[in-house]
Design a protein around this ligand. Structure first.
Ligand code: XMP
Length: 488
């Protein structure tokens, strides 16, 4: 009944996730026993197959903390200076609890009414210099601040002096216990050198406790969150690499829309020579030929996808790419022989797409648009027509390229800039700490329907031709979605 993947994907068509559907198999285990442990690269394991994309509207410190605390990993983008990227990595790695507060700093002599960005945070932290770099001397709450009208008021007149603080190495439950012990409803977390890392309120504690519990967080051998970093393949990226390594990046993603290039192959070899312990993910690729070249060069992971992202226009602009289901299946077939895990990058808009990606051979999925509306994504929410939205833009959009991301499209030396992506917005989704666990529970149910109790077992069932699939006609796709309802 149905087709093996081998047969289905060798007929001259380029299929994407929505084109194909799996036939259900046999269930002989409960959904709780589906295990999502997987590999990001040859040497890095994760307890969830989720990776956040290195895009400037998706992954900075807060997303990296959220993803690692869930058991996935965030790849910090590089549309910034090397030191900015390094400080995002350091910041993410200095957290032990699953979120980053929005920290606003002031110095004691600052005027209270001078700052409008204060509204984003319920508290202002007062340090000697008014930056995160100097010693904490006080805290002012927004409720005090909001009632003041006197322009002469100084922060020092209203701050609570010597606020309660705790070491940033404490785990979440230890922080909570400390707050109970000290009978306080907020606490500042400090590094050994006195630098402020985070600020926790009793509302944060309630919020975090309300989220579903998942597997183990992703920790490196140093006990800190695993954090990845993206970079390009130009000569000056070697200097960026030094910053990333010093900041403690656990894995490097060489970011290119067409990864099978002499530039990338030379950079892979350079990194493996210079930092033999550091895992390198190459890509993007969509064909077996591209994949083989990068595997030969020594990559530890392969990122798959070209033009399938929600903000991508590469296939239209350059006439190059591949349907994402075909790309994942084809690349995974060769990567698996070499023990190189595959990251299915782009085109994920529901849990079913994740089940398909993982079953077709990917070990993890990389997501941009799916995560961009979360609290953890950079930027603040905007309102449009009564809806709460966050900006999401392609790294090949003119707007992002103006900031420097054109190297990804090898267009940095070109005089005429051609966009391969668009700028848009996505709906507010709340915290990744809430919606990712729900999504992953749905993925477990999908794998259970296929009789696969793990990602590896899904791969094995597909390769052994036990799992069968078919192409859906246009009408079958309509039937597979919600249809026939009268709206409102
Ligand atoms: P999703 O579907 O998760 O896709 O939003 C995210 C992935 O899309 C890629 N990306 C781009 N591709 N033009 C492109 O053709 C762009 O401007 C662009 N920006 C990001 C990237 O692989 C990302 O992970």
């Amino acid at each position: 009944d149905g087709f093996s993947a081998d047969k289905l994907f060798n007929q001259g068509f380029s299929y994407t996730y929505d084109d194909v559907i799996f036939l259900p198999h046999y269930i002989d285990f409960p959904v709780e026993s589906v295990n999502l442990n997987t590999k990001l690269t040859r040497n890095i394991s994760l307890s969830l197959p989720c990776v956040s994309s290195p895009m400037d509207t998706v992954t900075e410190a807060s997303m990296a903390v959220g993803m690692a605390s869930l058991g996935g990993i965030g790849i910090v983008h590089y549309n910034n200076s090397p030191s900015e990227q390094a400080s995002m990595i350091k910041s993410a790695k200095s957290h032990r609890i699953p979120f980053c507060s929005d920290l606003v700093f002031k110095s004691p002599s600052d005027s209270i009414l001078s700052d409008s960005d204060f509204s984003s945070s319920p508290f202002v932290l007062v340090t000697e210099s008014g930056t995160s770099k100097s010693k904490l001397v006080g805290v002012v709450s927004k409720s005090v601040w909001g009632n003041l009208t006197d322009k002469e008021s100084r922060v020092s007149d209203y701050m609570v002096k010597s606020p309660i603080s705790a070491p940033s190495v404490l785990e979440f439950e230890d922080v909570v216990e400390y707050m109970v012990q000290k009978e306080v409803d907020n606490v500042t977390l400090l590094q050994e050198d006195g630098k402020v890392v985070n600020f926790v309120t009793s509302e944060d504690v309630e919020r975090i406790r309300g989220y579903p519990k998942l597997g183990l967080p992703s920790l490196g051998s140093d006990g800190n969150y695993l954090v990845g970093a993206a970079m390009g393949t130009r000569e000056q990226d070697k200097e960026r690499l030094e910053h990333l390594v010093k900041a403690g990046a656990n894995v490097i993603v060489l970011d290119s829309s067409q990864g099978n290039s002499i530039y990338q192959i030379e950079m892979i070899k350079y990194i493996k020579r210079t930092y033999p312990e550091l895992d390198v993910i190459g890509g993007n690729v969509v064909t077996q030929y591209q994949a083989q070249n990068l595997i030969q060069a020594g990559v530890d992971g392969l990122r798959v996808g070209m033009g399938s992202g929600s903000i991508c226009t590469t296939q239209e602009v350059c006439a190059v790419g591949r349907g994402q289901a075909t790309a994942v299946y084809k690349v995974a077939s060769v990567a698996d022989h070499s023990g190189v895990p595959v990251i299915a990058d782009g085109g994920i808009s529901n849990s079913g797409h994740i089940v398909k990606a993982l079953t077709l051979g990917a070990s993890t999925v990389m997501m941009g648009g799916f995560l961009a509306g979360s609290n953890e994504a950079p930027g603040s929410y905007e309102y449009k027509d009564g809806r709460r939205l966050k900006k999401y833009r392609g790294m090949g959009s003119l707007e992002a390229m103006t900031k420097g991301s054109d190297a990804r499209y090898l267009g940095d030396k070109a005089k005429l800039k051609i966009a391969q992506g668009v700028v848009g917005a996505v709906a507010d989704k709340g915290s990744v700490l809430k919606f990712v666990p729900y999504t992953m529970q749905a993925v477990k149910q999908g794998l259970q329907d296929l009789g696969a109790s793990s990602v590896q077992s899904a791969h094995d069932l597909l390769r052994s031709r036990t799992l069968r699939l078919e192409v859906r006609t246009g009408a079958a796709q309509v039937e597979g979605g919600v249809h026939g309802l009268v709206n409102g």
